[in-house]
Ligand binder design. Sequence first.
Ligand code: DX5
Ligand code: ZN
Length: 216
Amino acid sequence: MKNKLIAPSLLSADFGNLQRDIEMLNHSQADWLHVDVMDGRFVPNISFGFPVMKTIQQHAKKFVDVHLMIVEPEKYVEEFIEHGADLVSVHYEACTHLHRVIHQIQNKGAKAGVVLNPATPVLLLEDIISDVDLVLLMSVNPGFGGQKFIDNTYKKISETKDLILGNNSTALIQVDGGVNLDNASRLFDAGADVLVAGNAVFSSENPEKTIELLKI
Ligand code: DX5
Ligand code: ZN
């Protein structure tokens, strides 16, 4: 997989026109489609589940990246893959048996990512980094789109890069939350491979153009 990937988050899409927004992303330079699933327990918000995943599966032509903000993700990861997820990321903080869940996802044929909340240190990934396909660093507290980027993320990107290099891992680094046209290039320069952007894309006048600009 190449670097400088943009993954627009459907959380900020217009759910009354979801098919239209997915088709816009299909035609755009977006690389992945980021799908935020929230259960009202792991995070203080509820987004959507399988009925919406079905619509995404029907219309999306891009790589589908599912970010599970749910407790007990092991109960649902396989069903998300059956609903078209190419990659499933689970929170470190939500998994009692992280190693088992990561392999459960991969054995079902998808890529597996691990997500860290802003206050969870990168060093906790030492014994799982060789197993994962992606590390997702939250640059806001998960639960809502449109929040302010937390600057400590730059330090965590560089720590994650060191951890990846030190372990001959091929994991990608993804950053999620508060990404916009002002910080995207600095994040790529710092070592991020994939940037998620919800609000910056969907609240802009020209979402396709914004996706293009986020890569520069
Ligand atoms: C937050 C979600 C993000 C969010 C990104 O819980 O994981 O993917 O939608 O939102 P923006 O880009 O709007 O900060
Ligand atoms: Zn997300």
